[in-house]
Design a protein around this ligand. Sequence first.
Ligand SMILES: C[S@@+](CC[C@H](N)C(=O)[O-])C[C@H]1O[C@@H](n2cnc3c(N)ncnc32)[C@H](O)[C@@H]1O
Length: 210
Amino acid sequence: MPKLEPMPDDNMYQAYGIYLLESKHRLIKRLKKNFQPSVHGHKAWNASFLLMDYLQTNPIAKKSRVLEVGCGWGPAAVYAATRFNAKVTGLDIDREVFPFLDVLAELNGVKIDSMVRRFETLKGKELAKFDVIIGSDVCFWDSMVTPLTQLVNRSMKNGVKRFIVTDPGRPTFYEFCDLARQKHNVELMEWYSTEPNHFTGEVVEITPRN
Ligand SMILES: C[S@@+](CC[C@H](N)C(=O)[O-])C[C@H]1O[C@@H](n2cnc3c(N)ncnc32)[C@H](O)[C@@H]1O
């Protein structure tokens, strides 16, 4: 376990070697006056820590091209860039999340490219530019199950090697895993994270069927 450094600032914390900010941090409070994410992208969700823990055990190849879908504040994107020197793009439907992502990236000394898009609009050619696609807590409505499954199908068809999603364990997430299993290798596991707090949920890793 890495030694935790003393926090240089109030309302800042560390998890899996990256710095994060609490909602009551002065920078976040200031950003919230001007930017209000409206599709649940208003904090770092616990599933993002599951993703960090999973990737710590199952690392991304160095310098991979990574896309985080539904990135919100992008904690997992920042982790992938910091830990694996990955070239990371954060995609979100809600442009108001990006000022928060930019602050977290800056705080951790990494650069994350941003894309304001619905993940369902990503074309095969665009997906072909990524090796790994990640997402945490991005299957929370019934209406997301089919588009996310179709995104997996297009990704696998266009050379994406790993598609990894973490979730607290919502019925919609299990439905997504069942649909993905019809065409691809699907490994669904119960997982837990230990930083910043103990949290239990699910991780699915989807890879192409040869
Ligand atoms: C529960 S938050 C999770 C944010 C981040 N992944 C985390 O774990 O902290 C869900 C995110 O997905 C985004 N989102 C919802 N539907 C989307 C869609 N169709 N395409 C892209 N992003 C979407 C929301 O704007 C929000 O930022």
